[in-house]
Design a binder for this molecule. Structure first.
Ligand code: FES
Ligand code: FES
Length: 175
């Protein structure tokens, strides 16, 4: 919950053990207050309205809820919100540049048709961005490993792999 001074009456009992913490969400410093049992997924979607992060299996198997915490991809359904105190959280909404220009990985997914229904796409893009930030020119094995936690039920992965290869290629050309 964002600490905006307004206290919902129903939350008062829980708030007796709430903790305040400061964190950065998509480049913006925020002072947040969360119940101890709140997951990061619920914080970003329900409290912060960042619904690009998808809720699906909720047990760490599909990657639809992937966000970056201090640059590392995490399944937000498996991380408690309080574990993010003082950390840097980036959701799919924070991946485009500040002027709204698409990130090269987003552009590659769009241009190569790396999606169909799009439900897995935010998590895929977050995982690919994390990989390319750490390893700009990954091997096929590194790519396979990086996407092993992201499931897509629609595309057969052809467009996704083409999109990632295109993003890698553009990265090479721009170095
Ligand atoms: S919703 Fe988190 S891994 Fe599936
Ligand atoms: S595009 Fe539909 S689940 Fe991947």
């Amino acid at each position: 919950m964002i600490d905006d001074g307004a206290e919902p009456a129903a939350a008062e009992a829980v708030n007796a053990v709430d903790r305040f913490w400061e964190s950065t969400v998509n480049g913006r410093s925020m002072r947040l207050k969360v119940p101890p049992a709140k997951r990061l997924l619920d914080l970003v979607r329900d409290d912060l309205g960042l619904t690009g992060t998808k809720r699906s299996c909720e047990i760490g198997r599909c990657g639809a809820c992937m966000v970056l915490v201090d640059g590392a991809p995490v399944n937000s359904c498996l991380m408690m919100a309080y574990q993010c105190a003082g950390r840097d959280i980036v959701t799919i909404e924070g991946i485009a540049d500040e002027n709204g220009g698409l990130h090269p990985v987003q552009r590659a997914f769009l241009e190569e048709g790396g999606y169909q229904c799009g439900y897995c796409t935010p998590g895929m893009i977050v995982s690919v961005k994390a990989l390319l930030d750490a390893v700009p020119d990954p091997s096929p094995e590194e790519l396979e490993e990086a996407l092993s936690g992201n499931l897509c039920r629609c595309t057969g992965y052809g467009g996704i792999i083409r999109a990632v290869r295109r993003a890698i290629e553009e990265g090479r050309e721009n170095r």
